[in-house]
Design a protein around this ligand. Sequence first.
Ligand SMILES: Nc1ncnc2c1ncn2[C@@H]1O[C@H](COP(=O)(O)OS(=O)(=O)O)[C@@H](OP(=O)(O)O)[C@H]1O
Ligand SMILES: Nc1ncnc2c1ncn2[C@@H]1O[C@H](COP(=O)(O)OP(=O)(O)O)[C@@H](O)[C@H]1O
Length: 184
Amino acid sequence: MILLFCGLSGAGKSTLAHSVKARLSRAVVPVEIIDGDTYRERLCTDLGFSRRDRSENLRRLGFVADRFAAHGIVSIISAISPYEDVRNELVQSYPNVKVVHIDCALDELKRRDTKGLYRRASLPDDAPDKLHGLTGVSDPFEAPAEPDLYFNTQHDSIDDCTTRICDYVLSQMAVAKRRRARLG
Ligand SMILES: Nc1ncnc2c1ncn2[C@@H]1O[C@H](COP(=O)(O)OS(=O)(=O)O)[C@@H](OP(=O)(O)O)[C@H]1O
Ligand SMILES: Nc1ncnc2c1ncn2[C@@H]1O[C@H](COP(=O)(O)OP(=O)(O)O)[C@@H](O)[C@H]1O
């Protein structure tokens, strides 16, 4: 299974990816986190934040996620993934891709500002530290029309989100197991 987490910077993708991994490891379910930030430092160093590059970024993460998933590992892609067409492309290209929208209001993200990106995006255009094209501020984010799971992390606690995601994964795994048993 591939869990495709998408949402704005600071919404909670990495936090939830790690808490889900920790919780599922207790049930002996292997999880691999494929984090946009980390892969941008290694596999995707040539990519920036244009539409073309963000699309290529997600295609690469999807390919890696599928390789892990093929070996029974739950792959969590934790990236902003702002475009519906590329998310749908992954859903159609690989088996068992579930889209998880990690949502949060911009006001709350500006308050959290864990990496200082929102402050930098609000600087005057000629400021040396100005961040252009920040998703949700000066670059688009297309909310998934039909996510498999939806969270608003301003209202849903880390623990509640983690429980719902883990319950979903375990129930999907149980369905797949029953299907395999029926087919012999
Ligand atoms: N312009 C702009 N817009 C959005 N994000 C930016 C930008 N510049 C740098 N960053 C940092 O890059 C991280 C997002 O990388 P992703 O690979 O997840 O993005 S994308 O899916 O390709 O849109 C994102 O990480 P997260 O905060 O974990 O989401 C930011 O730290
Ligand atoms: N329900 C929640 N789920 C995830 N993170 C939350 C939640 N509520 C508050 N937070 C906080 O929001 C921040 C999210 O940061 P992070 O996980 O790095 O976001 P992202 O990976 O989407 O950029 C963390 O400081 C986290 O503690």
